[in-house]
Design a protein around this ligand. Sequence first.
Ligand SMILES: [Zn+2]
Length: 366
Amino acid sequence: MSGSFPHNFLPTAPGQEHLKELLYRAIENGRIASTYLFRGNICLGKFAFALDFVRWVKCENPTTCAGECRSCRLITKLDHPDLEVVVPLTTEIEDKPEKIADVMASMAENPFAFQYFDKKPKIGIDAIRGLNERIALSSSSAGGRWTIVRDADMMTLEASNAFLKTLEEPPEDAHIILTSSRPDFLLPTILSRSQSLQFKRLSRSKIAGFAVKMGKSASEADALALSADGSLAPIFKAEDEVAVKAKELAENLWAVMFTESDPRALDLAEEIGKDASLVKAVFDEAVSFFRDHLMAQIGKSELVVNTQTAERIALAAQKFPNSERISRLIDYLNERAQDLMFYPQYDLFIMATVIEGRKILHGEIF
Ligand SMILES: [Zn+2]
């Protein structure tokens, strides 16, 4: 019975045809389970797949819609009243709505990528209590009320026990998808109440095809697929490496601004400038270091985002406490970032930025 689902059924995540087949039949027969467990290695696209499934079930016109109906758009933004997404968070984030909103926005932008935190995240009891209350509400549109719990194995024991009550007696019309790469860490009682769907390793051609879809060249895609070992991880790892590099260079750029005439600035400008894909990211990150500097300096160190560098930032904020000049420099860097694309000679552009930036810090330019 292979291939009996429409070609636009769950189009986002690659592969997993056996699951598409099974889920399509469940929809056709009106037998959508109340709880699914999407299990399988990390980076197979389980979360993206779950979103796709909810999109299809809630879509105003699934056979012709390409994600543009109101319902699909809201689900894509993780903003649909009938969709709740629960993810592991660190204690620093879990009670701060604006930081949670950032995490949600980044997941909506790329439902495939890992979420990185500087401490171990968890799904705590409060998140599950809130979920239990909201899940009892009735859905606002056809297709039921959906909850996706990403990396459900990160639930604390307390949270798992609280969640069990909902799983035992799921409200009518409520559906839950748990995703997990470590289902052995889930309570047996949770496992036994879920319909388990096993995600398979992806073939090289599927991985390469996906890499091309993500903007890689054909030869890059082939190389990534070769090293992929059945998952999409290397595609995102390559991007993460750029992000890590950008942060490192940005930290150096921030530090070098405070020196009088450090010859390292030239080397740094050259290094940043030779990789066009890095330049914008370095600029954005550099702004975040100066903003942190300002926060530390006005006594709001809880708002510092580069927490790994917090100590160095606190020290620098003591050494250079002129918040007016730092603010001016942040404005200047933001302005420069807008101009970036007009100056393809990035190394010179960055060197000029350092020189001007130093003048601002020394009070030579206002
Ligand atoms: Zn739609």
